[in-house]
Write a protein that binds this ligand. Structure first.
Ligand SMILES: NC(=O)C1=CN([C@@H]2O[C@H](COP(=O)(O)OP(=O)(O)OC[C@H]3O[C@@H](n4cnc5c(N)ncnc54)[C@H](O)[C@@H]3O)[C@@H](O)[C@H]2O)C=CC1
Ligand SMILES: O=C(O)[C@@H]1CCC=N1
Length: 275
């Protein structure tokens, strides 16, 4: 039987997930999303053909899976309001909120629940996301499998078996799109300085990033080997790579990702202290 999935919040991340599910053939009739905004409710019904409601409690009454997709700062109030309905139904909880631990959510929702935490990233909006997932011990194998299927609708799914590793996921893929956007910015600017028209530099830089990622995904060789394949001895790439290596690019990535993971930890603690 098709699992009934209810999204609490129908913003960017939720609509990316249910949009991807529907594109992948998931029946729209089995999906409900909630929003406090009347215009959004009309749009949810018209554009996606899903059930839409402004009543969070009514929306979870028959759900097998409840996806929490509101901003972290209002999550506590939303969970406390849902507590009785969730306890009556005992659905699988999937949270996409950054920084809120499974134990915190479980406490707000009354305890004893199967909870999966997901750290998605923004390329999910175009079906090319990468999500890190952690399941608390109450989650069954079937619930894991179901969540994998649901989230594969927006891209790659990678499970971690220690919740703290979601901080590393944040440092690599959660925040990662911004690192690549920064590299695109820098490459486009460099292309302009070398005399290319801005739009040409833009197209060439983006297609090169896309092509490199696609090639690395399809190749039997690792990125180090693929890099060496571009570097003819004494050639142009070798010169450029030496400049990047001598300039400390690897160390910069190490420092940036350590800083990112540390900030993810701090944010979790800050949210925990506000409780
Ligand atoms: N790793 C990443 O890059 C990202 C992570 N996220 C996570 O996803 C979650 C959602 O973020 P977005 O989709 O970007 O936010 P959003 O602002 O687009 O969506 C949140 C939605 O919740 C709705 N809402 C507000 N109060 C509500 C209530 N009481 N009941 C039901 N709905 C309510 C709002 O109308 C809004 O449409 C956040 O917790 C964020 O941490 C989101 C985007 C990217
Ligand atoms: O920058 C942030 O805090 C969030 C978490 C991962 C991506 N964006």
């Amino acid at each position: 039987m098709t699992s009934k999935v209810t999204f609490i919040g129908a913003g960017n991340m939720a609509s990316a997930i249910f949009g991807g599910m529907i594109d992948g053939g998931y029946p729209a009739d089995a999906i409900t999303a909630t929003s406090p905004n009347d215009d959004a409710l009309v749009q949810l019904r018209d554009r996606y053909g899903i059930h839409a409601s402004s009543d969070n409690n009514a929306a979870v009454a028959e759900a097998n899976v409840v996806v929490l997709a509101v901003k972290p700062d209002i999550m506590r109030d939303v969970c406390l309001d849902l507590r009785d309905s969730i306890q009556a139904r005992q659905p699988l909880i999937v949270s996409v909120a950054a920084g809120l631990t499974a134990d915190t959510l479980d406490e707000w929702l009354g305890g004893g629940l199967p909870i999966i935490r997901c750290m998605p990233n923004t390329p999910s909006l175009v079906g090319a996301g990468a999500s890190g997932l952690y399941a608390n011990p109450r989650v069954s194998d079937d619930q894991r499998q179901l969540t994998t299927t649901l989230l594969e609708a927006i891209g790659l799914v990678e499970w971690v078996d220690d919740e703290a590793l979601l901080e590393a996921v944040t440092a690599i893929s959660g925040s990662g799109p911004a690192y690549f956007f920064l590299m695109f910015e820098a490459l486009i600017e460099a292309g302009k300085q070398l005399g290319l028209p801005a739009d040409s530099a833009h197209r060439l830089a983006l297609q090169t990033g896309f092509g490199a990622a696609k090639m690395a995904q399809q190749s039997e060789h690792d990125p180090a080997r693929l890099k060496r394949n571009v570097m003819s001895p004494g050639g142009t790439t070798e010169r450029a790579i030496h400049v990047l290596e001598d300039g400390g690019l690897r160390e910069l990535f190490e420092n940036a990702t350590q800083a990112c993971a540390a900030r993810a930890r701090e944010l979790s603690e800050e949210i925990g202290e506000k409780r």
